[in-house]
Design a protein around this ligand. Structure first.
Ligand SMILES: NC(=O)c1ccc[n+]([C@@H]2O[C@H](COP(=O)([O-])OP(=O)(O)OC[C@H]3O[C@@H](n4cnc5c(N)ncnc54)[C@H](O)[C@@H]3O)[C@@H](O)[C@H]2O)c1
Length: 264
């Protein structure tokens, strides 16, 4: 079993939501944290808040779609804290819309999801994660560090209407642990660097709370536990996956029993 105390977490999307909650937990347990986000002001504010828990927190402005930003982030974590043990590439966005929109009366196509809308989500949620993980794992291997790459998939990975872009990226997140674990196994490092994904349902962060209240009510109707999942509950799962070294190459759902209807 690994312990959080003195370990170093690199968290993208760390200025808010699940990433910030993870940073709080890590610091409370005696770990060290590098938070990265594209929103500079929010990042600075979060760092100040986190410093009330522990001084072992550093920030780096990082656009995860930028290759160099990711290289700098990974190098910075090593320079600042001497290791990387948890990689949590949590930066992510939604960009919902229909693949094709048809007119109710004529049945003809009257709209399409733009390439821009599709690509933006792919760039951040998929390419961004690829870059963050690649750069951090390079540093981990060269530095001889032990730890976990913890990706965030989603129940959207099962296919949600109106989310062709988001669902595709989250399906990718649930296959990546298998690919990376197989590659690490071939290179005899799978006992040191593991990869897992958590797949939350609807979590009470800005990503969901910014939705129309009626839409949230409809969502909650489908959740057997009768409420949104709390970010703390997702973080508790991430912590268990980090500590428990038997967990490798899998995706674990955490959704309160969510039932996706026949219409997704
Ligand atoms: N909230 C949910 O219901 C839910 C469910 C399943 C999965 N997830 C996933 O969990 C992760 C965190 O989501 P959250 O709910 O905390 O969302 P959030 O919106 O609260 O936080 C996401 C963070 O990512 C940052 N970000 C966006 N683009 C970026 C970029 N290019 N570079 C760096 N940072 C960038 C944002 O500034 C924000 O701080 C996401 O990957 C999301 O898809 C969330």
């Amino acid at each position: 079993m690994l312990t959080v105390k003195d370990s170093v977490a690199v968290i993208t999307g760390g200025s808010g939501g699940i990433g910030k909650t993870l940073a709080e937990y890590w610091l409370e347990q005696g770990g060290k944290v590098v938070i990265a986000d594209v929103q500079e002001e929010a990042l600075q504010k979060t760092k100040e808040e986190l410093e009330s828990i522990s001084p072992d927190v550093a920030l780096m402005k990082c656009d995860v779609t930028n290759e160099q930003d990711n290289t700098h982030l990974a190098e910075f974590a090593i320079e600042r804290f001497g290791a990387i043990n948890l990689v949590a590439p949590f930066a992510g966005i939604t960009g919902d819309g229909l693949f094709l929109k048809t007119d109710k009366e004529t049945g003809k196509v009257v709209g399409k999801m733009s390439l821009e809308k599709f690509q933006k989500v792919i760039d951040i949620n998929l390419t961004g994660v690829f870059l963050t993980v690649r750069e951090c794992v390079e540093q981990m291997i060269n530095n001889g560090d032990k730890g976990l790459i913890c990706l965030v998939s989603s129940t959207g990975s099962l296919g949600t209407a109106g989310q062709i872009n988001y669902s595709s990226t989250k399906a990718a997140m649930s296959v990546m642990p298998k690919v990376l674990t197989a590659e690490f196994f071939r290179r005899n490092i799978a006992d040191k660097i593991r990869c897992m994904a958590v797949a939350p349902g609807y979590v009470g962060t800005a990503m969901v709370k910014n939705m129309d209240e009626r839409v949230i009510d409809k969502i909650v109707e489908q959740v057997p536990i009768g409420r949104l999942v709390e970010p703390e509950e997702v973080v508790s799962l991430v912590a268990e996956l980090y500590k428990n070294e038997a967990m490798a190459g899998e995706t674990v759902f955490i959704h309160g029993g969510l039932r996706l209807g026949s219409k997704g």
